[in-house]
Design a binder for this molecule. Sequence first.
Ligand code: ZN
Length: 90
Amino acid sequence: MGWTFQSLIDAKMAVTAFCNVAACGHTKTLNLENLRQRFGPDAPGMEWDLRPRLKCEVCGSRDVGLIYAPDSRKMSGMGQNLYSKAKDER
Ligand SMILES: [Zn+2]
């Protein structure tokens, strides 16, 4: 079973894109809430689903990789502030 945007959010995962161009090395954490809004909660969020859509915003390279890791910011503090903030935005 693969990740969807909703399951990534539920699992408190962070997806970080990194540019493979050595001279660039740009990294960016993807905004999963925005992606969910744009593509839908059930849209696949696996690396091979996302990579064709990604482009380095610094050097324009399409050689972009992805790292999936637990989001330490969301894990600590039990996400109380994040939760109330999300409710306010609706
Ligand atoms: Zn780059």
